[in-house]
Design a protein around this ligand. Structure first.
Ligand code: BT5
Length: 277
């Protein structure tokens, strides 16, 4: 039987600022909402108005949470950690560097959740997952967190949704999970601070390395946590026939390389399904 949902931990501005302080984070004051349409929308507005890097927008509930490709992100009030961060990548960075931004966010989220005794892995490009069957018995993995990165001129807004205290019936799909369902309880303000701390360390290393995923070591660290590499996968490309083959690598630009009857194909965007055989 899955564990019952944990009570919601407070996600108020004072709780978040305390968590920032206890993690030694000196960040711009976060904007915290009870309800908002989407934290990404608000962060995009703030980014356009010149808000500094590491400005954070947090909400207890979203009425129109967004996923990629016009999909939705659904979480009952108080159950998830929903936030968006403004990053300001170096304007001279190439597409190769920019391609790693959401993957770095995924790595940070995976590590922050992993610190709560949950074995997180990464499903390309940046889903944080648990390597287990879905709750209806269909093949996994189970999705614990999702990431949506959007560019606004020189800023990138990265939105993260982590399922924290959902009961199974509160999740929108059987192949989703929460920290509580995986047996872990945690305080959302603390989890936010942990995530930002890990992310900040990775980001500083990437920036100091000139946005190079190889020389900064980010690519090898991502690969070590990838659940996709080495798997047989189907990649839906949003039209046309899907690619079916083995996921063999993630390249210097953060793209997935698939080996199949077509030879090696490089995929920059798509939906990956892990296949059994
Ligand atoms: C994502 O899209 O996974 C990106 C989700 C980003 C959400 C955050 S919350 C804070 C910020 N503000 C926003 O408005 N968005 C960001 P994608 O890979 O397209 O996955 C979307 C799909 O995941 C949906 O079509 C559902 O199948 C599934 N899904 C929706 N809600 C979920 C949840 N709470 N847990 C697991 N899966 C979910």
């Amino acid at each position: 039987m899955p564990a019952p949902a944990n009570p919601a931990s407070p996600l108020t501005a004072p709780a978040i600022i305390n968590a920032f302080t206890s993690h030694g984070l000196e960040l711009p004051a976060p904007t915290v909402f009870d309800t908002i349409a989407s934290t990404n929308d608000e962060a995009l507005v703030q980014a356009s108005a010149g808000a500094p890097e590491w400005t954070v927008v947090v909400a207890d509930r979203q009425s129109a949470g967004r996923g990629r490709l016009s999909r939705s992100w659904e979480t009952p009030a108080g159950r998830g950690l929903l936030f968006s961060v403004i990053l300001r990548p170096d304007p001279v960075w190439s597409a190769a560097s920019l391609g790693w931004i959401p993957l770095i966010a995924g790595l940070a989220t995976s590590r922050a959740c992993g610190a709560h005794d949950v074995a997180c892995r990464l499903k390309w490009p940046n889903d944080v997952v648990i390597d287990a069957a879905a709750y209806d018995g269909s093949p996994g993995p189970r999705k614990l967190a999702g990431i949506l990165a959007e560019r606004r001129s020189e800023a990138v807004v990265v939105g993260i949704g982590i399922n924290v205290s959902h009961a199974q019936a509160e999740l929108p799909i059987p192949a989703a999970t929460s920290l509580a369902l995986e047996g872990s309880g945690c305080d959302r303000a603390q989890l936010l601070a942990q995530c930002l701390q890990v992310w900040g360390e990775l980001w500083n290393r990437f920036r100091l390395g000139g946005g190079d995923a190889d020389s900064s070591g980010i690519r090898s660290e991502y690969l070590a946590e990838s659940l996709t590499i080495g798997r047989r996968v189907r990649v839906d490309l949003g039209g046309g026939a899907p690619l079916v083959g083995e996921a063999v690598d993630i390249d210097h630009e953060g793209r997935l390389i698939v080996d199949g009857p077509f030879g090696l194909r490089t995929v920059s965007a798509g939906d990956v399904t892990h296949l059994r055989h």
